[in-house]
Design a protein around this ligand. Structure first.
Ligand code: F6P
Length: 557
């Protein structure tokens, strides 16, 4: 199943077969053969593989590819019908057949005054109305006019959600946390099912001034429901008012199921709704992002949407040979399908981007971590690689050893920020500027060392420096001019479209996640078993699980 297409297929000309043959040829070369040369063609190669969209610069020149590879990859994408499928996506066609839905997250960031594609138009007006509702709530909070159950103004917001209802808002909030809004509201994120993140907040926050944002597309996810119930019990007990009163004053709901919010007790005026054609992991632009807006203000939230829309426009209008999301996808597919690299590291060189790897893990692996095609057939090659990563400079002191001298070939995205604006004393500013420069230098050095290995050692120092660096770890460098809302919007939309393009190449549905359902059902049954009331049609029994159930029971009672 993992084998790439082989020479047997070469008789038949298809772009994929041609790419397989081309991959064999390129595998025989080292990355330094491609990169390091005095010839004008090496310079030209580097230049032709770097692209700028607004404040985002993406450099593919340390990938194992040539301009011929790009031409073949583009031909492959065309043969898969990418251009037509891209149009269908933006037109609101059903691109998620298993759930019979469109995937119109772009509607949530479509600007007023720009005519959307025909099929997207109704969606855009719905999203704009919800954005207005959201802006009103944010304004009330920012003006200190939102009062809790015992009449005190809200100071803290606890966003409760999980997966797509948590990772995106949390990642953006962290990335832009040094851009304070005027409002001094503290936003906290709670996702873990066990209440471990909630507990310290309940100990620390003032129940009279804490607002809960309950974010859940389905409004049934157990993790979120149970965290919310515990938080409501805390507010009700501490304020000595009933839960219904707490819900009326200290709860905002965000979901695609308004009826479920009403049933739960979220007052209609505090409900933010989005449509089911926005997938959970694509939803940070929708009211699911309300906590971003509460933390940073609507101005920043709108700038985030503008950056994402700029990337939508680029993706929709730019020829594939210069289309950055399409190229990011093609390069990724080239690495895993044709060069057999099954693991991909995301390495941000900025502490504010610490949650980017986790966010991309869900975005990419929940979308394209599949092996059954849209036509029901099993794929015959590798699909989405394993995505992982951490803050680069810290990871240099942790797992880079394996990347430099271990036995695995890994591809990587280095993500860096060119400049940072800080307000501090001149001495602190200067010192921070030195730290930034050091970080950028480390990023560029590591990207070079990943690619060149020992060949990164300058000739004058050969023999004087430790050797044994494997090199040949292909990587891209994504450079943001600054870490602001616009750039973050563009960066995340870039990855979203990467996921869509790869799904077209692999003929997958990227917008459902059937593989996560059974685990939830089994856990429900095991919950009854642990309570001592096994459900009638309980779990399939196996001695391994049974002995763990016994041990848990022994230690809990
Ligand atoms: O378990 C997977 C999942 O369904 C994700 O796709 C989703 O983002 C997450 O759970 C949370 O779902 P919801 O927003 O419906 O609570």
């Amino acid at each position: 199943m993992n084998a790439p297409l082989t020479a047997v297929n070469h008789r038949l000309y298809t772009p994929a077969n041609e790419l397989a043959a081309h991959a064999e040829h390129l595998q025989a070369m080292s990355l330094s053969d491609l990169l390091v040369s005095d010839s004008a063609s090496a310079v030209q190669r580097a230049e032709s593989l770097a692209f700028t969209v607004g404040t985002l610069h993406v450099d593919f020149s340390k990938q194992r590819l040539t301009t011929r590879t790009i031409a073949l990859l583009v031909e492959w994408a065309q043969s898969c019908g990418l251009e037509k499928k891209r149009e269908a996506l933006f037109a609101g066609d059903v691109v998620n057949p298993s759930e019979h839905r469109a995937a119109l997250h772009m509607a949530a960031r479509w600007p007023a005054g720009v005519t959307p594609p025909e099929g997207m138009a109704p969606g855009v007006s719905f999203c704009q109305q919800q954005r207005l509702n959201m802006a009103e709530m944010v304004e009330r909070l920012h003006c200190g006019q939102w009062f809790g159950a015992i009449g005190q103004a809200i100071t803290d917001v606890v966003h409760i959600g999980v997966g797509g209802s948590d990772l995106g808002p949390k990642m953006i909030s962290e990335a832009l946390s040094d851009r304070p809004s005027q409002a001094h509201l503290n936003v906290h994120y709670v996702s873990s099912m066990d209440g471990a993140q909630l507990l310290p907040l309940m100990e620390r926050l003032d129940p009279a001034t804490t607002l809960l944002v309950l974010a859940s597309k389905s409004f049934t996810t157990a993790d979120t429901q149970f965290n919310a119930r515990t938080a409501l019990a805390w507010l009700s007990d501490s304020l000595e008012v009933d839960v219904a009163t707490v819900c009326r004053h200290q709860l905002i709901g965000v979901s695609s199921k308004p009826e479920k919010m009403t049933e739960f007790g979220v007052p209609e005026a505090h409900q933010l709704v989005f449509k089911d054609w926005i997938g959970g992991r694509f939803s940070l632009w929708s009211p699911i992002g309300v906590s971003i807006a509460i933390q940073l203000g609507m101005r920043s939230f709108n700038a985030l949407l503008e950056g994402a829309h700029a990337m939508d426009h680029h993706f929709l209008e730019t020829p594939l040979t210069e289309n950055v999301p399409a190229l990011l996808a093609l390069v990724g597919a080239w690495n895993c399908q044709f060069l057999n690299i099954s693991t991909h590291a995301v390495l941000p060189y900025d502490g504010r981007l610490k949650s980017l790897p986790a966010y991309l893990q869900q975005l990419e692996m929940e979308s394209n971590g599949k092996s059954v095609c849209l036509d029901g057939r099993s794929v015959t090659h590798t699909t989405c690689p394993i995505i992982w990563g951490d803050v680069g400079p810290n990871a240099q002191h942790a797992f880079y050893q394996l990347l430099h001298q271990g036995s695995h070939t890994v591809s990587a995205d280095f993500v860096a920020v060119a400049k940072r604006k800080v307000n501090a004393t001149p001495r602190v500013e200067k010192s921070l500027a030195t730290q930034e420069q050091l970080t950028l230098a480390n990023c560029l050095a590591q990207a070079q060392l990943f690619a060149l290995g020992d060949d990164a050692i300058p000739s004058a120092l050969r023999g004087h420096m430790a050797q044994g660096y494997r090199g040949n770890q292909p990587n891209s460098v994504l450079l943001l001019k600054q870490l602001d809302a616009w750039s973050m919007g563009a960066l995340i939309a870039l990855y979203e479209h990467k996921v869509f393009v790869q799904s077209v190449l692999w003929n997958l549905n990227p917008f459902d996640q059937p593989g996560v359902e059974l685990g939830k059902k089994l856990a429900n049954s095991l919950c009854h078993t642990l309570e001592g009331n096994p459900a009638e049609q309980s779990v399939v029994s196996d001695p391994s699980t049974e002995q763990l159930v016994r041990k848990v029971g022994e230690w809990r009672h």
